[in-house]
Design a protein around this ligand. Structure first.
Ligand code: NAD
Length: 462
């Protein structure tokens, strides 16, 4: 295994240096081949996602396949403009030179993907990496093995060796890959493993992007529109059975509307998933027994402490967890100490917005921050006071659908950005190029230095 992985890394670097993805046309064609492979594999992919965690067909299509095809289209439409060197100003004392920023591919890049959107989160960074002219080694997650197999055969059919390759496997494969020298590493996954990736990258001083997780708070002000808020929060929490890095992790609600909002949330869950959500076809399963047991522990604790407002059941045979509202949770309770990553929603009340901010500050720099209110100014003020990777006002999760917005965390929720132009920039080295004219060569900077030269410099540069 180690031998074949080594060979891949070398071939990828050699292929990149050979200039196969140098021209815009070659990059656009590579993306077209990927798009065609996605279309050909659509049925297989939908089936694989269902087998991996019973992901509903609508969610598989919209959040995985359509998302990727849209990202390809956006990239192809804009690539020529993105690749164009950007002219920047040149100060008077450097004239008659000109200056520009050129976008240079890093080279051979390693992409390590998680299981929760196993297709989207593997392929979206590949699109940006190819657009920027890199060759790619992609390691899909072993926890979604059927999807990983489809990705492997799709990539093999769409790309010649050395352009995009896959390495399917678990931790050992990832560790072996990280021992090698890459020109860039893009990792999506947990904060714990993200730190290991950062350390491994430091060994070779390799630039990295870390797309990590954490607890994304959702604040609901007293003037929020209750029904729409409940609808958007329940959808954001239940899509993919809560296994979404930017799902609202917990709710902070003004005490004036807490009871009414809890009732509206429970009603929305029943409307969307019926009286028996564990049997709904529109609701995914939890990915593994380990994750299921972790969530089951939260439900047991919620039952023991009397916090369950609605839901609370689960089924180990299908690894399903009912959408559950937990009321009157304390910031000290276990469920408030780690990312939930499942359809369980703790609700905490506040009398003053400062209390909500203090609770968020216990897990600072969330990946996403949500604020529901009719007062846009209050929302903007709140977002200015609370740092986060990204944010949405009066919605959850949908911000990811706009490729013009940068996507990424800060602090413990990640380092670096992607999607659209931001992804192209991430996978490019920005090379500053200064081009001097040969027409003039003022002697001012050259030795031997005179007092007059110094006084001119003082006047010009201060
Ligand atoms: P994970 O960290 O367990 O695994 C991610 C990848 O790392 C997998 O491919 C895995 O094989 C590999 N890996 C595991 N152990 C490793 C090791 N010791 N060294 C190197 N690689 C190793 O994460 P996960 O469980 O697949 O995903 C869930 C987490 O990812 C959640 O925390 C979630 O918030 C986060 N996430 C973040 C984003 C984002 O865009 N910011 C998106 C999705 C998920």
């Amino acid at each position: 295994m180690a031998h074949s992985l080594n060979a891949s890394a070398e071939r990828l670097r050699a292929r990149q240096h050979s200039g196969i993805l140098c021209e815009q046309g070659a990059r656009t064609k590579a993306l077209t081949r990927l798009d065609e492979a996605v279309q050909r594999a659509e049925t297989e992919l939908l089936d694989a996602l269902r087998r991996d965690f019973r992901k509903p067909r609508f969610e598989s299509y919209s959040t995985e396949i359509a998302f990727i095809r849209n990202e390809i289209r956006q990239t192809q439409r804009n690539l020529k403009r993105w690749m164009r060197p950007r002219r920047v100003a040149t100060p008077l004392f450097l004239q008659p030179a000109s200056s520009r920023v050129e976008y240079e591919p890093w080279g051979a890049v390693l992409i390590i993907a998680p299981w929760n959107y196993p297709f989207q989160l593997a392929l979206a960074p590949v699109i940006s990496a190819l657009a920027a002219g890199n060759t790619v080694l992609l390691k899909p997650s072993e926890l979604a093995p059927h999807t990983a197999t489809v990705i492997e055969s799709m990539v093999a059919a769409a790309f010649p060796d050395g352009e995009v390759e896959t390495a399917v496997g678990g931790t050992e494969v990832a560790q072996e890959l990280l021992r090698q020298q890459w020109d860039h590493i893009f990792f999506t996954g947990s904060t714990r493993v993200g730190k290991l990736v950062y350390k491994a990258a430091a060994e070779h001083l390799t630039p990295v992007v870390l797309e990590l997780g954490g607890k994304s708070p959702c604040v609901v002000a007293a003037d929020a529109e209750l029904k729409t808020t409940a609808r958007r929060v329940v959808w954001g929490k239940c899509v993919n059975a809560g296994q979404t890095c930017i799902a609202p992790d917990y709710l902070l609600v003004d005490n004036q509307i807490k009871d009414a909002l809890c009732a509206a949330l429970a009603a929305e869950i029943t409307r969307a998933y019926g009286p028996a959500p564990l049997e709904s076809d529109d609701f995914a399963s939890i990915i593994s027994d380990d994750h299921f047991r972790r969530l089951e522990g939260f439900l047991r604790e919620g039952t023991r402490e009397g916090h369950i407002f609605s839901g609370g059941r689960c089924d180990p045979a299908t690894r399903r967890v009912e959408p559950t509202i937990l009321r009157d949770i304390s910031p000290q309770s276990p469920i408030m100490q780690e990312e939930i990553f499942g359809p369980i929603l703790p609700v905490l009340g506040f009398d003053h917005i400062g209390e909500a901010e203090a609770i968020i500050a216990r897990n600072p720099n969330p990946l996403a921050l949500y604020y529901f209110s009719r007062d846009r100014k209050a929302a903007s003020r709140f977002l200015k006071r609370v740092p986060s990777g990204g944010a949405a006002i009066n919605d959850t999760v949908m911000q990811v659908g706009n490729a013009a917005l940068p996507f990424g965390g800060r602090g413990s929720s990640g380092v670096g950005l992607y999607h659209g132009r931001w992804g192209f920039e991430t996978f490019s080295h920005k090379k500053g190029v200064f081009s001097q004219s040969l027409l003039l060569d003022p002697p001012l900077r050259y030795a031997p230095y005179s007092a007059r030269q110094l006084s001119i410099i003082r006047k010009v540069l201060g």
